[in-house]
Design a protein around this ligand. Structure first.
Ligand code: NAD
Ligand code: LMR
Length: 338
């Protein structure tokens, strides 16, 4: 029996993500929690005749902690898209003031009710919200670095999609696989086209085309924010990406071997390969290829850092600089308000 809980399930990402989970062959029970509309979304989804059992939970008032506890009881995987999205002119970091508090309180509820669950963080700014979850778990003595993942899959999806636009022979979802390392905001996003299976196509692009492509991956989120014109940020492509990562994890948990996904993880010594990456880069968290298994992160594949071309090395150095500040901000938030 696999139970997945979505926190923020009635939002722009939460609803289509919950739909994909309702259709998933890897999920048995789906628990939807939101401060609004969770019952409605759950009732709507429950009319789909897949075998996944759906329930919705909403707090009665601000002080009600029972609803989230019920939503989380016995869950194997928690996915968090709760929080506010950007409007035009905002950076992801501008969301920190509102989302940091939301994430800390949700992480506390997980630590109390489902401390062994895998936790997938979508809410922005991911570079800071993942450290907030980790620090909150540490304060409860339940942090397992192998089970906490910042979802950066949308950056990979964008890199794959945008590269394909340069060559019409590349068809199908699986035809291109580009790793994207670093973090999840602007210049912390570093697509590594040079090691992808379509590196020959990338190599043929002009210097300007390469620059435009990298910039588009780094600032793809802004493209959607601008097009939605004040009505939010990426939701459908994010739901697809969030489901893609969750499904990969569930496949690995159920015993599939060789499942590797890029994700923003804490570089803890208990994860093979992590200490080397940490001493090489000087960061505590990084998105990079992570092998997944029944217990979560099996290893981090830091070898990619030795394969970057000169331009990717330059971009990675810039990314690390900003990432460090974003991480410190998340860590300080929890330790300050404790
Ligand atoms: P949204 O406003 O449409 O939905 C957010 C939902 O969270 C709402 O339904 C709201 O009621 C709920 N919520 C707020 N506080 C809550 C709480 N304390 N407990 C439970 N639910 C709560 O926003 P969205 O478009 O779905 O985006 C959600 C977040 O995901 C934003 O922070 C956005 O920046 C982020 N995001 C991340 C990525 C990524 O690649 N990681 C991509 C897109 C969006
Ligand atoms: C994205 O990359 O689309 C998300 O992080 C949402 C945003 O604010 O851009």
């Amino acid at each position: 029996m696999t139970k997945v809980t979505v926190l923020g399930a009635a939002g722009g990402i939460g609803q289509p993500l919950s739909l994909l989970l309702k259709l998933s062959p890897y999920v048995d029970e789906l628990s939807l929690y939101d401060i609004r509309l969770a019952h409605g979304v759950a009732t709507d989804l429950s009319h789909i005749n897949s075998s996944v059992k759906v329930s919705g939970f909403e707090p009665k008032d601000k002080n009600d902690q029972q609803a989230i506890k019920q939503a989380l009881a016995g869950t194997d995987v928690v996915i968090i898209p709760a929080g506010v999205p950007r409007k035009p002119g905002m950076t992801r970091d501008d969301l920190f003031n509102i989302n940091a508090g939301i994430i800390k309180s949700l992480a506390s509820a997980i630590a109390e009710t489902a401390p062994n669950a895998f936790v997938l963080v979508i809410s922005n700014p991911v570079n800071s919200t993942v450290p907030i979850v980790a620090e909150t778990f540490k304060s409860y003595g339940v942090f397992n670095p192998k089970r906490l993942f910042g979802v950066t899959t949308l950056d990979i999806v964008r890199a794959n999609t945008f590269l394909k636009e340069y060559d019409s022979s590349l068809q199908g979802v699986e035809s291109v696989k580009v790793d994207v390392i670093g973090g999840h905001s602007g210049e912390t996003i570093v697509p590594v086209f040079s090691t992808s299976n379509a590196r020959d196509i990338f190599a043929k692009l002009s210097t300007d085309q390469k620059k435009q492509l990298v910039h588009r991956v780094q600032f793809g989120g802004d493209e959607v924010v601008k097009a939605k014109n004040g009505a939010g940020s990426a939701t459908l492509s994010m739901a697809y990406s969030g489901y893609t990562f969750a499904e990969a994890l569930l496949r690995a948990v159920k015993g599939e071997r060789g499942v590797v996904e890029d994700s923003f993880v804490y570089l803890d010594a208990s994860i093979p390969g992590a200490s080397e990456v940490r001493s090489k880069t000087g960061v505590d968290y990084l998105s990079l290829p992570v092998e997944l298994g029944p217990q979560g992160a099996v290893s981090v594949q830091g070898g990619i850092l030795t394969q970057l071309d000169t331009e990717e090395q330059r971009l990675f150095a810039i990314a690390v600089n900003t990432l460090k500040k974003n991480i410190v901000k998340g860590v300080a938030f929890v330790n300050k308000v404790k």
